[in-house]
Design a protein around this ligand. Structure first.
Ligand code: NZQ
Ligand code: ZN
Length: 385
């Protein structure tokens, strides 16, 4: 195990009827800005619960944060924060709204020119406004990590940043808020969670990380058992609770302690979303089986572990087990209703060219061994046509 530091300050408030508790978490007298997306929270009662909880506060709202949130939209919220002299931001929604909140709270305090430089130049965030979250879509782990992914529509750039200043003060996780998710978003959430773990658990390592492996396997098994149940019985509370807690665990820092990580699938996937608008998880479902296939020698031990411990597989040979495991991953994504080939999304050679050209321009060498360059990305994507 490698050396590591761990400090996660996010207070999790989990369970039924907990949205009202935000009233105790937001500092008294704070002027609040509620951020949300396209209006799903108005249909499932979450908005009204937030309104009730904020009764004692002066508050404003900013809606219309799109999936894969845009820098351009975030900057409009920053202007409103300055105009209304807001003290506290409350993000109500999925990963996109929470990610937007992270950028907004940092941008509102950024006084070194255009805040896009936080992303484009990796400029350091010195301070940020406080914010809290009410999660409605379990997937990204954004509710308990300090990362965010923002898209600049003008240049079709989708890029991540993170900072110790962009952890939520609290996140409310009420599984009943997820009952209204459409099947597509249930599938997306489970696939995204699965791939967050894969980026950690399947990265090549020489050292022994038994504890992290056991943790990761527990979360993966939960997804495999309860993911399909959420599709079949959308209002099963325990299933939703297990999935919500699983997605938080997958990317709150704990599973990644002391291990080298991969993230090539995500980095390539972000380019596909930036250019062609696929859902985040759709890109991952396409790419991960390709990454595992092209890197099957490097990741051999890890893929076999996944096959044995998570899917309960055994093969007549090591290579048979590896192939069966990659197949099982792909089948699971399909079972969750997330398609796994580029052609399922009407993408082909032209799209592959465009993505690989950008990876070439950027000179990226991705993955735990930094060997996934644009040429290898092409091999990966060619397998996924
Ligand atoms: O906008 P509304 O109307 O709210 O509808 C949303 C949106 O259309 C809908 N939705 C959310 N909760 C719902 C609901 N519909 C019905 N009932 C509910 N309870 O779902 C749609 C998708 O929402 P979005 O927030 O975009 O999805 P997700 O949570 O998957 O977030 C995706 C974004 O997070 C980034 C992705 O790249 C993408 O931009 N990621 C963030 C990460 C992080 N911060 O650590 C890591 C991830 O790997 C990921 O990259
Ligand atoms: Zn993800």
């Amino acid at each position: 195990m490698k050396n590591f530091n761990l400090a996660n300050p996010v207070k999790i408030i989990f369970g039924k009827d907990t949205i009202k508790d935000i009233a105790n978490e937001i500092p008294a007298g704070a002027k609040v800005l509620v951020l949300y997306g396209g209006g799903s929270i108005k249909k499932n009662g979450v908005y009204q619960q937030v309104v009730n909880a904020l009764e004692a506060f002066e508050w404003f709202q900013f809606s219309g944060i799109e999936p894969n949130p845009h820098y351009e939209t975030c900057m409009k919220a920053v202007a409103l924060i300055k105009e209304k002299k807001i003290d506290f931001v409350l993000a109500v929604g999925g990963g996109s709204v929470i990610d937007a909140a992270k950028f907004i709270v940092a941008a509102a305090c950024f006084d070194d020119g255009d805040p896009w430089q936080i992303i484009s130049k990796g400029m350091k965030i010195e301070r940020a406004m406080p914010f809290g979250a009410v999660l409605t879509l379990p997937a990204t782990g954004s509710e308990m990590n300090n990362a965010a992914v923002i898209t600049r529509a003008e240049t079709e750039d989708k890029r991540a940043f993170s900072s110790p200043h962009t952890y939520a003060k609290f996140s409310v996780l009420d599984p009943t808020a997820t009952f209204t998710l459409p099947a597509r978003q249930i599938g997306n959430g489970v696939v995204d969670t699965f791939v967050h773990i894969a980026e950690q658990y399947l990265a090549y390592r020489e050292d022994d990380t038994l504890l992290q492996d056991n943790f990761a396997e527990a979360v993966l098994k939960t997804l495999i058992v309860d993911g399909p149940k959420a599709l079949a019985t959308p209002t099963d509370y325990d299933v939703r609770a297990n999935l919500m807690w699983a997605s938080t665990w997958a990317l709150n820092g704990w599973l990644g302690c002391g291990i080298v990580q991969d993230w090539a699938t995500h980095r390539i996937g972000h380019e596909i979303t930036a250019f062609f608008g696929l859902d985040h998880a759709q890109t991952l479902a396409v790419i991960l089986p390709g990454v595992l296939t092209v890197l099957k020698e490097q990741k051999a031990r890890r893929i076999q572990l996944l096959g044995k411990e998570v899917f309960g597989l055994s093969g007549t040979s090591d290579s048979a087990l590896i192939d069966m495991t990659i197949r099982a991953v792909e089948d699971f994504f399909e079972e969750m209703g997330v398609k796994t080939h580029l052609s399922d999304y009407n993408l082909g050679d032209e799209a592959i060219e465009k993505v690989c050209e950008r990876l070439k321009e950027r000179g990226w060498k991705l993955g735990e061994c930094q060997n996934v360059d644009y040429r290898m990305a092409k091999q990966i994507l060619d397998l996924r046509k």
